[in-house]
Ligand binder design. Structure first.
Ligand code: SAH
Length: 256
C-alpha cells in the first residue's frame, strides 16, 4: 500500500467545529492547508464539480449534497488513484474490494433518509454493513446521529480506522465482524445500509431495524442480477421494494 496524501483535516460536525474555515468558501468546506500536495488537486473544486454532476443526475436532498461535498473522497483511495477519486467510478481498495461509486453512495443515502427527519434533521442510529475503506461511513456520519459500521475483512477494518483517524468523527463506530448478524448492541437502527449484496436480506437486519426504519441494500434477484432493495418496517409488517440494478461485491459470511 503506498502512502495516501496526508494532511490535517476534519469534517464539520455539530459536535466538533472545524479548526479553520475560509470565509470565501461554502460552509461545508474544511480547510486542508496541504490538500492535494503533490497531486495538483484542489480537492474542494473537484468535489464541488462532482456534486454538481450528482445534482444534475437527480440528487436533491440537501443533507446528502452537503455530506458529499464535505467528505474528501481522495483520502480514502490509494495515492496512485487520487486523480480518479472524484470521477463517478468505483475504485479498488485492496483485498478484492472496491469503494462504491459516488452516485451510488449518494443515491443509497438519499433513499435511507427519504421522508425521515430525526434530531437536527439527522437520522438516528445507522448500521452500515461493509465498511471497506470507510468513505461511506464518513458520509453517513454527516447525516445520522450515530454510525455503526461493520467489516468482515480485518485488513480493511484496520485501513478504514487509519483513513478515518484524522477526520475525528466521534459518531462513527467501526466494528470488525460478520455484518450478516448485524450488530445487536447498537439496535434498534433507524436505517441499515449494505455495501455488499447477498441473496436475501438477513433476518438479523430486519430484527434490528426500528419501527418505521428502512434498509437499503443490494440483493441478488432470481435472474442472477443485483438490484437495490428497500425494506421498510411498520409494526409487524415488512414491505420490500425493488429498484434499479446495481453492481456490488458479494455479501459473504464469516470473517477473514
Ligand atoms: N462502503 C464501502 C464499500 C466497501 S465494498 C466504502 O465506502 O468503501 C463492500 C465491503 O463489504 C467489502 O469491504 C467487503 O469485505 C464487505 N463485506 C462483505 N460481506 C460482509 C459481511 N458479511 N459483513 C461485513 N462486511 C462485509
Amino acid at each position: 500500500m503506498t502512502r495516501r496524501p496526508g494532511f490535517p483535516a476534519r469534517l464539520p460536525s455539530a459536535a466538533q467545529p472545524p479548526v479553520r474555515r475560509a470565509s470565501a468558501l461554502p460552509p461545508a468546506r474544511v480547510v486542508a492547508p496541504t490538500a492535494g500536495a503533490g497531486h495538483g488537486l484542489d480537492s474542494q473544486a473537484v468535489r464541488t464539480r462532482m456534486v454538481q454532476k450528482l445534482a444534475a443526475q437527480g440528487l436533491a436532498d440537501p443533507r446528502v449534497v452537503a455530506a458529499m461535498n464535505a467528505v474528501e473522497r481522495h483520502r480514502f483511495v490509494d495515492s496512485a488513484l487520487v486523480n480518479q477519486a472524484y470521477e463517478d467510478t468505483s475504485l479498488p481498495i485492496g483485498l478484492g474490494q472496491t469503494i462504491s461509486k459516488p452516485s451510488v453512495v449518494a443515491r443509497m443515502i438519499e433513499l435511507l433518509l427519504a421522508g425521515r427527519t430525526g434530531k437536527d434533521g439527522r437520522l438516528g442510529r445507522v448500521l452500515e454493513v461493509g465498511t471497506g475503506c470507510g468513505y461511506q461511513a464518513a458520509v453517513l456520519s454527516q447525516v445520522a446521529t450515530e454510525v455503526y459500521s461493520i467489516e468482515r475483512l480485518r485488513g480493511l477494518h484496520d485501513r478504514a480506522r487509519e483513513n478515518l483517524r484524522t477526520f475525528r468523527l466521534p459518531n462513527v463506530h467501526l466494528l470488525f465482524g460478520d455484518g450478516m448478524a448485524g450488530f445487536a448492541q447498537g439496535a434498534p437502527y433507524a436505517g441499515i445500509i449494505a455495501a455488499a449484496g447477498g441473496d436475501a436480506v438477513p433476518a438479523a437486519w430486519t430484527d434490528q431495524l426500528a419501527d418505521g426504519g428502512r434498509i437499503v441494500a443490494p440483493m441478488v434477484m432470481a435472474n442472477g442480477q443485483q438490484a437495490l432493495v428497500i425494506v421498510e418496517k411498520n409494526g409487524a409488517r415488512l414491505q420490500q421494494s425493488v429498484l434499479e440494478s446495481v453492481h456490488f461485491v458479494p455479501l459473504k459470511s464469516g470473517i477473514a
